[in-house]
Design a binder for this molecule. Structure first.
Ligand code: RIB
Length: 313
């Protein structure tokens, strides 16, 4: 099943600390490392690990490390729509990790240097038009995301990091995937219970978004879907299994990548969310991004440990 991911590639500069610094505070790192990341490349690898046939559309700088291409190809991610932009630098993310939590600041670099006329991009337009599912995030310009959405047969938007979005784009998201703060940025307040998250997701569906998945970290997720032809919304709360979190960096990307592959294979939204929950729970139990993403077999085994969902409507 064909998944096209449109998004960012970053060099992740990661420092592990005992506790996240407060504003104005200096702390010493316990250790540091550099690895490949970016929500786009993370979701491409996660979708490929989950069994999808993945193509990745991205922009990298002239400084791109050849190891970048090699590692993505080793995961089976196709790169015919990834191009090097002269006179730019590859995006860099500065990540601080303490226990299971993290803080991230992204210097976008080449991720924001897309061609002015996207309609002229033959390879990319063909890949978008023939994919079962197209996935994007917001570490590339919104105009690039909108271009991908208009060409997709089914479009998934992980609205991270939060940004103002045109209604026309929201109406193409099936689903729109958001965490608590991203949901609040689009739909109102930060939800404190699954029921509140569902009410906000439901309101978004009634305003024209085809479906919404709201992730609640260790608290699981809720999904909501507008029934076609009816002014009604169905949905459920999907609890997450209790696990020891080592590093939550990119766990949301593991969730979205696995969700995309499951939807491309024809799973219902509820079944795809259960599969994605298993993938996210496995990803937080290992450090890093790509290296922490589970294979299809591991996801299938872990799915049996995911608690049953409860209907919310
Ligand atoms: O979602 C995690 C990712 O966010 C990191 O890999 C970092 O590059 C930032 O884009």
């Amino acid at each position: 099943m064909r998944v096209v991911v449109v998004g960012s590639v970053n060099r992740d500069v990661v420092t592990e600390v005992a506790k996240l610094p407060a504003p104005g505070e200096t702390v010493l790192a316990l250790r540091s490392r550099t690895n490949l990341g970016g929500k786009g490349s993370n979701q491409a690898v996660a979708a490929a690990q989950a069994g999808g046939q993945v193509e990745f559309l991205a922009r990298v700088g002239a400084d791109a490390d050849p190891g970048l291409w090699k590692s993505l190809l080793e995961y089976g991610v196709g790169l015919s729509g990834t191009r090097e932009i002269p006179d730019t630098r590859t995006g860099t993310a500065y990540i601080t990790v303490a226990g299971g939590e993290n803080q991230i600041v992204v210097d976008s670099g080449a991720n924001f240097h897309w061609e002015s006329d996207l309609d002229d991009l033959g390879t990319e337009n063909e890949l978008l038009g023939t994919a079962d599912v197209v996935v994007a995030q917001l570490e590339v310009p919104v105009r690039v995301v909108s271009w991908a959405a208009t060409r997709a047969r089914r479009f998934i938007l992980n609205a991270a990091p939060a940004a103002p979005l045109p209604d026309e784009l929201l109406r193409r998201c099936d689903p729109l995937v958001v965490n608590e703060s991203e949901l609040a940025a689009i739909g109102g307040t930060v939800p404190t219970t699954p029921e509140q998250a569902f009410e906000q997701a439901r309101a978004l569906c009634l305003s024209g978004v085809p479906s919404v998945v709201a992730t609640l970290g260790a608290g699981g997720s809720v999904w909501a879907r507008r029934e076609s032809g009816y002014n009604s919304v169905t949905g459920a709360y999907q609890p997450a299994p209790a696990v020891d979190s080592v590093d939550s960096t990119g766990a949301g990307d593991a969730f979205v990548g696995a969700l995309a592959t499951a939807l491309a294979e024809g799973a219902s939204l509820g079944a795809a969310v259960t599969t994605a929950t298993a993938a996210g729970a496995l990803a937080v139990q290992a450090p890093g991004t790509h290296t922490s993403y589970p294979t299809r077999e591991r996801i299938a085994d872990a799915r049996a440990l995911v608690p049953e969902p409860s209907p919310l409507a």
